[in-house]
Design a protein around this ligand. Structure first.
Ligand SMILES: [Cu+2]
Length: 280
């Protein structure tokens, strides 16, 4: 945007959009932004005009004023119409991005938890299914702790291969990613600026978050809720990968989980014990 208004065009400060619904949200944001700019100048223009017009003059006397129905009806009806129009206009995009019944079929499902101060993620392992945890079984909430934030039931074989990552996550490109988010302490807000995703996560309940990203690369994850002294540290990076790279990444995590569960073989004889044995 050129000319006079370019000074006010803070919309250019947005990070690049990588989400399928980002363009629509940006347009909605732009409409609300320019309406606000117009109302700002209108209001302060009128204020400035009256300040000058009715400035002190020794010849003028003040008078009492007891309301004006025309003015009061106008300033009630106009904002009502404006907000109703914005509400109707934005209803569809709001439903598609936020209503749980409009969430598309998940290509990838991930759990996310905010905590003071960081993010933890849970992926279903190689079997594609989560084991019993605090999301799919309310009774497993009692298992939630600092060392087991998702309340995973370690006795459930379906969960043996589930993958936990901390302060990093990976999603495939061009896929419907459905996340269920919660918190283990206070309110946090799961914010992916490039994906145009921002959702509060609330202790004791699970919020559905979904998006579909069309560009690979590394992007920023942040907490957008002032959640305590270490809030600034809840910043991390996530990566959008091709499906092949994503599968490779998940296979590698699965291998790590499997290796950690496999009992370690007894340590092999060292040179010293071998030497002692040879003396016998
Ligand atoms: Cu936070």
């Amino acid at each position: 945007m050129d000319g006079f208004f370019s000074v006010f065009d803070m919309l250019a400060w947005f990070p690049e959009n990588i989400s399928t619904f980002g363009q629509e949200l940006d347009s909605l944001f732009a409409i609300i932004y320019w309406v606000s700019v117009a109302i700002f100048f209108l209001t302060f223009g009128v204020l400035g005009y009256f300040l000058v017009k009715y400035r002190y003059s020794p010849d003028r006397r003040g008078y009492n004023y007891h309301g004006n129905n025309v003015v009061e009806i106008t300033w009630t009806v106009l904002p009502t119409l404006l907000f109703a129009a914005i509400g109707l206009y934005s209803d569809d995009i709001w439903e598609r991005t936020k209503y749980s019944k409009r969430v598309p079929t998940a290509d990838v499902e991930i759990l996310v938890l905010g905590k003071q101060y960081g993010w933890v993620f849970l992926y279903p392992g190689a079997d594609g299914a989560f084991g019993r945890n605090a999301h799919n079984d309310r009774t497993a909430r009692s298992l939630m702790s600092a060392s087991n934030p998702f309340g995973r039931d370690t006795a459930d074989p379906a969960g043996f291969d589930d993958v936990v990552t901390e302060n990093q996550f990976v999603v495939p490109v061009n896929a419907n990613v459905v996340m269920r988010g919660s918190s283990i302490d206070v309110l946090h807000s799961f914010f992916l600026p490039h994906a145009r995703v921002k959702q509060d996560v609330v202790p004791g309940t699970w919020m559905t978050i979904w998006y579909n990203l069309f560009k690979t690369g590394k992007y920023e994850l942040a907490c957008a809720e002032l959640c305590g002294g270490g809030h600034y540290g809840m910043r991390a990076e996530y990566e959008v990968m091709s499906r092949t790279d994503y599968d490779k990444w998940l296979d590698a995590r699965n291998a790590e989980v499997k290796a950690a569960r496999t009992p370690q073989p007894a340590p092999a004889a060292t040179a010293d014990t071998a030497a002692v044995a040879s003396l016998r």
